[in-house]
Design a protein around this ligand. Structure first.
Ligand SMILES: Cc1cc2nc3c(=O)[nH]c(=O)nc-3n(C[C@H](O)[C@H](O)[C@H](O)COP(=O)(O)OP(=O)(O)OC[C@H]3O[C@@H](n4cnc5c(N)ncnc54)[C@H](O)[C@@H]3O)c2cc1C
Ligand code: FES
Ligand code: FES
Length: 1338
């Protein structure tokens, strides 16, 4: 290929040939599928390979093995140019609602495995790929297939349950099989109780013959693999040589060129670090680089061999060779188990991992420790061998290769019987996470002895490169492998691997402790092997054995128990039945449309935001001139373009600016926006807008705000009794503090909006991913200076909200509307994940100081709490969130004298906002912390203290509300029984007495959650209202519209169930299209768990009106059909359209008088969780969770159980995993799934049982149901407190008794460091104030 010509790119998508003449090397497969081919089923969730929403299957014919290989791939990272000769299958290619679903799609949908649906296509494609490779996988294999997929809604259980039906172990008994169900063997089922949310017998069979065939053209010709390809783009040229000489020539000509195989490093660097690589070379088709050979010394892998292929080869080698030979291989396989997900391992190559030279590479520590040998070659110097040792990494991301050398292959050595090898990794999340610290350890003994001949240690995460502590390694040669070695090595390592306080990455003491924890584990496992060979006299006591076992998780099990509908209920009446989410099928086929799936409007533009890079600064100047001269750029939009008000507020007017004018108050605040023809042009140009700042000193943390007196408003208080007096009379008084971290919403669909100016009378139509159409409408109208009646906001569905789109969507939609208004053209934005995480705020971090008075028996008599939240740069809903925290400071306990005072801190971080639970979980966390403090102080079980203080019927809360139909005690008793708590607690105690480094904890925690909007000041009691609009058309079909947004919670499904009963017609006759401000006006946000309660009542009222109008006609023709009646109603000129309205009666609370009834009613529940921790690493596993929840008479048990499981799992992230990291200067580090971990498939309880309390009634809501969205979230604290119990046991073994602080989230770092012992003692915490921490506690 010469001159400026580009090669043709040929590949197949869903069986159709695609020929691209001008393939752009910077285009990803995902962009091409969505934008060029209009295949929008494949979603963009993160763009960095971390969520799996973009998963597709890629197939290629391997001419060497003559086999078709199928593998799952992240389309967001896969370069379009790498697709030549491949066949891509997307979710649209396997089934559709119109032509029939594929069994994978059908089973996920029917198993209730899709809520908001945004993650669903990616999950479908992971499962589909697995089945194409193995039509009947084992359960273990199936559960692992989703390491690279995330879902924020479902809690994963229903997905796994649905897909379990494809596995080998699934028995013909289906859901009744004891193996497949039933995590709960203590259960006595009564009559009328249902356990089958899914009818698996009706599932379509999997028929492999129906799978699309691989395109014969790709199979019959080798030219797709052998042609030299070159693709020339706007900024990058892509070469695909097919001979080694060509590759070496290219690298010699372009020494700065990047070699791209999986693009899993380079893709991320280009997107997020703004790196430009003008020449890219794909060494994917060079025979020497994809070769695998077995030699006398080991196995040699070509540099471009993928990690999945290495894994497979090593597994086969282990089966082929005798054990001592394969010890390195075993460790590599174990490490690959925790290396990213399948989608990454399927494309990422071994050389990419080595040459990126990341300090936290997972493979490099192993390669260094075992002395793997690389063959490298350049045109200039020919081929040479390099042993990977302490000299291989020369500095940050620098290796011993010269700029023109490429890696040809790597030799992984065999081991002999005197050699032992281990690999270790600890991360925030086990699956698909980068290491905090990892290690490869290799020891060689003198023949037939335990005398060390050589010790190699290599660590990642401890320096700017993978590092070998060479002094330690040398010092122990000649020593015996015995207990005296351990503490010596620990002390040596402590010196050899120093880390200064405040080092990048933080967690300094933890990381240093891990280095010796890993060694200790290795020491024990080698000692046990030496002992078995009679080479060591040291006997490892049995209580140490479990420290050495690799992580194991049993297959998941579960039960779901609910009350079936009464036997007399009409068959057509769907209320109370577990019917599917009505969009589930469309979501599973990718046909469900989200904002960015909408086709482009004519003349449409994209807006790239210019955001503040400082946390607090005066804006000295803004210069957009360079950006404005860039290709495709149309305009720069800022505050001068706002025709109306440039301020808005969620609760207060003028709370914040739409575009910053003179000052920025947080990093990520919007200063302006570049509007351009395409997204890439807009985003690139926005980065070129120059802003000059005058920096001011920011306030970032709650403690800094307290010190500086930086608050929104004055403190507010709720109290009952006489706290002072009760504290004086208490047997014990203790003080404490508690910190609850924030939480990123991580809805899978980021904030998105399209604004379309209509060109007449100031009209504008807006499609927004929002929970709050009305607020978006009103703020837009004020900004554009038009009446609200000119703005229509439409929402079909949103890909998750969780509170994050309740008010913060407005900060995105308004600037877009301003741009569209100025330019008179449609403008679109869908935030990238990093932008979304930076700009849109999180759950509020909370800090509380408290004083508890209690009696000898454990009865709490007084509690005084001062509670603070971190609001960020504007007030938003922070006071409402604080109020809910204050209202929930009692959780489920009667504390006769309680005072809780709230303070809202003003800081320079992005504005924190609503998040499922809305402050309730944080408030409840404080009192649960108090419960454990009391228990640990008295030396009794926390269960006893909880039980003793539990609310009873007729009690009054600290804000004076009477508890009627209080079911906390019933849920408690049933949970104790169903979880078999007392028997299992004994087992836990036995386990703990028999194991020193693994510990278990089991605990039960209740919750009582108040239902109503509590934003009651500023007249926001008004939010407790809803409207509905019901049209009946002449053919009898019904269009139901109400005020609630469908965000995955199944609201539209429930409302159709309600309307179906109310109108006495089948649900199939009713349809909901969307929510719009032009159909139901003045709506409240869909939030506060009230969606079904408020809208359901409004729907019933509208239906009642219609039925009243129809009644005479029905009486006249009692045997007529619905269609007959509607026809005659039309002929008789009866209106077939009605509105319904509802407001919650009798609620309100006055903070000044402390009087009122803030909640309509309460939803209660109880959870029991059992957790196992690894005391040496801080890792944990939830072994079992049992939940008993009172949802009244469930409108739809499948949806309600889905909310419980999803809420619990999200709460589990809050309690145990999700940690925001921000610098002391307010710069956010955690901007994507790469460094912010939400729970994955492998994190859910191994046994997960949910029971809906039977026989509970609730006259205060629709058909006796109860709200369920938020209440279950706090039950996840049972995991936190079970982990705390386990830690207490570890501490006791080390001689530490009594109370201790465990902040939430209880990350592996916090769990490990709370298990104080001889290892942690080596690394005392540096004194606060003596160094600048890398990140701060918000
Ligand atoms: C979501 C996600 C999860 C990840 N998880 C992990 C993890 O758990 N552990 C971990 O260690 N890493 C992880 N990574 C990092 C990455 O996947 C690995 O480093 C991977 O091995 C890189 O391979 P690649 O083929 O994709 O590299 P590419 O991005 O294609 O290339 C990376 C670099 O290697 C160079 N290179 C490639 N081949 C050669 C060669 N033959 N000779 C010389 N230079 C060469 C390129 O020039 C380039 O600089 C993750 C990445 C992502 C996106
Ligand atoms: S969008 Fe590709 S993995 Fe998240
Ligand atoms: S259903 Fe999985 S993210 Fe919403």
């Amino acid at each position: 290929m010469t001159g400026d010509m580009s090669s043709e790119l040929v590949f197949y998508v869903n069986g159709i040939k695609v020929v691209e003449e001008n393939a752009e090397p910077e285009t990803t497969l995902l962009q091409f599928l969505r934008q060029k081919l209009g295949l929008t089923g494949t979603k963009l969730g993160c763009g960095e390979g971390g969520c799996g929403a973009c998963t597709v299957m890629v197939s290629r014919f391997d001419h060497y093995s003559k086999k078709i290989c199928h593998f799952s791939v992240n389309a967001c990272l896969a370069p379009l140019c790498s697709m030549h000769g491949m066949a891509v299958t997307t979710v649209e290619g396997i089934g559709s609602v119109k032509n029939g679903l594929h069994p994978v799609q059908e089973r996920l949908a029917k198993s209730h495995g899709s809520q908001c649906g945004f993650c669903t296509p990616g999950i479908i494609m992971s499962m589909y790929t697995l089945l194409r490779n193995d039509p009947q996988p084992t359960i273990e294999h199936m559960e692992k297939a989703f390491e690279g997929n995330l879902c924020r809604c479902t809690g994963y259980r229903p997905i796994l349950d649905g897909f379990r039906t494809f596995t080998k172990e699934y028995c013909a008994m289906g859901e009744n099989c004891c193996k497949n169900k039933n995590g709960n063997n203590n259960l006595q089922l009564e009559d009328g109780v249902g356990t089958d949310l899914v009818k698996t017998k009706a599932f379509l069979p999997l028929d492999a013959t129906q799978d699309p065939i691989f395109p014969p053209e790709l199979q019959n010709s080798t030219k797709f693999d052998t042609d030299y390809l070159i693709y020339r783009g706007e900024r990058v040229v892509w070469h695909r040589p097919t001979k080694l000489d060509e590759l070496l020539d290219l690298k010699s000509t372009y020494p700065d060129a990047r070699l791209v195989v999986g693009n899993t490093e380079i893709g991320v660097e280009m997107k997020f670090k703004n790196m430009k690589y003008p020449v890219m070379i794909a060494p994917t088709h060079i025979p020497e680089l994809v070769d695998i050979t077995h030699t006398d010394l080991g196995i040699r892998f070509g540099a471009s061999v993928t990690l999945s292929r290495i894994d497979q080869e090593l597994k086969e080698a282990i089966a082929k060779y005798s054990e001592p030979k394969t010890r390195v291989f075993t460790a590599v396989i174990e490490m690959l188990r925790w290396f990213a997900g399948y989608q990454i391992r399927n494309v990422a190559a071994v050389a990419g991992n080595i040459i990126t030279a990341s300090p936290i590479s997972d493979l490099n520590p192993l390669f260094l420790a075992c002395g793997a040998v690389l063959e490298v070659q350049s045109k200039e110097s020919g081929r040479r061998q390099i042993t990977m040792d302490e000299k291989f990494f020369l500095g940050y991301r620098k290796t011993a290769l010269t700029s023109t050398e490429v890696v040809i292959n790597i030799l992984l050595p065999f081991t002999s019987k005197n050699e032992y090898f281990g690999g270790y990794k600890q991360a925030y999340r086990r699956e698909d996470d980068i290491a905090t610290v990892n290690s490869g350890i290799y020891v060689v003994f003198e023949d037939n002895s335990n005398v060390i001949k050589k010790l190699s240690l290599a660590y990642g995460g401890m320096a700017i490169t993978t590092i070998m502590p060479t002094r330690t390694m040398a010092a122990v040669v000649g020593r015996k492998w015995d207990d005296s070695l351990v503490m010596d090595i620990c002390r040596l390592l402590a010196d050899d691997l120093p880390l200064q306080p405040g080092s990048p990455g933080g967690m300094v003491e933890y990381r240093r402790t891990l280095t010796i924890s890993f060694f200790f584990k290795f020491y024990l496992s080698v000692q046990m092997q030496l002992q078995s060979m009679h080479l060591s006299k040291t006997k490892v006591p049995s209580y140490l054995h479990s420290a050495t076992a690799p992580f194991h998780r049993d297959p998941s099990k579960s039960t779901q128990i609910y009350q079936e509908v009464a036997s007399g209920q009409r068959e057509e009446d769907p209320v109370g039945r577990p019917i599917n989410h009505l969009s589930a099928m469309k979501q599973a086929t990718g046909e469900a449309v989200y904002i960015d799936d909408m086709p482009k409007f004519q003349n449409e533009l994209y807006m790239g935001f210019v955001m503040s890079k400082k946390a607090y600064a005066n804006i000295k100047s803004v210069d957009a001139s360079e950006a404005l001269s860039m290709p495709g750029v149309v305009d720069y939009i800022s505050h001068v373009d706002v025709p109306g008000k440039n301020t808005w507020g969620a609760a207060l007017p003028d709370d914040e600016e739409i575009f910053a004018t003179t000052q920025v108050l947080c990093e990520g605040q919007i200063i302006g926006g570049i509007v351009a023809e395409t997204q890439i042009q807009a985003q690139r140009a926005a980065k070129c807008v120059k802003v000059e700042y005058e920096e001011l000193k920011p306030i970032i943390t709650i403690k800094e705000a307290i010190e500086a007196g930086s608050f929104f408003g004055s403190p507010q208080k709720i109290s009952c009794g006489d706290v002072e007096a009760a504290l004086q009379q208490a047997d014990h008084v203790i003080e404490g503090e508690c910190h609850v971290g924030g939480q990123e919403h991580f809805y899978l669909e980021t904030q998105a909006v399209i604004a379309i100016p209509k060109g007449e009378d100031g009209e504008m139509e807006m499609f927004i991913s929002t929970q709050n159409p009305t607020e978006s409408q009103h703020v837009t109208a004020e900004a554009l200076n038009v009446p609200a009646n000119r703005i229509v906001v439409r929402v079909k569905r949103i890909g998750g909200g969780f509170g994050g789109k309740e008010t913060r969507s407005v900060m995105i939609s308004t600037p877009v509307a301003i741009a569209a208004n100025k330019l008179g053209r449609p403008v679109r934005v869908m935030l990238d994940r990093d932008e979304d995480m930076l700009m849109t705020g999180t759950r509020h971090p909370f800090y509380a100081k408290y004083k508890i008075g209690f009696m000898d028996g454990g009865k709490i008599t007084a509690l005084e709490i001062n509670i603070y939240n971190n609001a960020g740069m504007s007030q938003d809903l922070s006071w409402a969130v604080m109020h809910r925290a204050m209202f929930h400071s009692d959780n489920a306990y009667k504390i006769p004298n309680l005072s809780t005072t709230g303070h809202v801190c003003r800081t320079n971080i992005s504005s924190n906002t609503a998040f499922r639970g809305f402050g309730g979980p944080q408030g409840m966390m404080v009192v649960e912390q108090c419960i454990t403090d009391v228990a640990y102080t008295l030396g009794v079980s926390p269960i006893k203290v909880r039980e003793l203080n539990l609310y009873q019927e007729g009690d009054r809360t600290h804000y004076g509300q009477l508890l009627e139909h209080c079911t906390v005690q019933r849920c408690w008793d049933e949970c104790l029984n169903q979880s078999d708590y007392f028997r299992r607690k004994k087992e836990v105690d036995i386990f703990n007495s028999e194991n020193r480094w693994k510990k278990r904890g089991i605990t039960i925690v209740p919750t009582k959650f108040g239902i109503a909007y509590t934003a009651l000041f500023l007249n926001q009691v008004a939010l407790n209202q809803a409207g509905a609009l019901v049209h009946i058309y002449m053919d009898g079909s019904v269009l139901l519209t109400h005020a609630g947004v469908e965000m995955g919670q199944g609201l539209h499904t429930k409302m159709i169930q309600v309307a179906s009963r109310a109108l006495r017609i089948p649900a199939s006759k009713i349809h909901t299209s969307e929510v719009g401000t032009n159909t139901v006006p003045n709506t409240s946000p869909t939030a506060a768990s009230c969606g079904s309660d408020l809208n359901g009542m409004a729907v019933i009222n509208a239906c009642k009106t219609l039925l009243e109008r129809l009644e005479p006609i029905m009486l006249e023709n009692p045997k007529g059909t619905w269609e007959d009646w509607i026809k005659s109603a039309y002929i008789n000129r009866i209106s077939l359209s009605a509105t319904g309205f509802y407001k919650t009666p009798g609620i309100g609370y006055d903070f000044n008088t402390g009087k009122g009834r803030p909640f309509n009613y309460f939803t209660s529940g109880v959870a029991c969780s059992e957790v196992e921790i690894d005391c040496l690493t801080g890792d944990h596993q939830v072994l079992r969770t049992d939940i008993v929840m009172d949802v009244g008479v469930s409108l739809n048990p499948a949806i309600d159980i889905g909310q419980i499981e999803g809420g619990f799992t999200q709460g589990y992230g809050l309690m145990m995993m999700e940690q925001q990291k921000i610098s002391p200067k307010g710069i956010l580090y955690t901007r994507g799934p790469g460094n912010y971990k939400i729970p994955g498939f492998g994190d859910i309880p191994v046994q997960f049982n949910v029971t809906l309390l039977k026989g509970s009634v609730n006259e205060k809501a629709v058909y006796s149901s109860k709200a369920i969205g938020e209440p279950p979230l706090f039950l996840s604290s049972s995991v936190f407190f079970a982990a705390k119990d386990a830690i207490a046991s570890a501490r006791a073994d080390a001689g530490h008794h009594g109370n201790f602080i465990l902040p939430s989230p209880a990350t592996p770092e916090r769990v490990r460091m709370a298990c104080e012992d001889q290892f942690t003692d080596l690394f005392p915490k540096a004194k606060e104030g003596t160094f600048t921490p890398w990140f701060v506690e918000l």
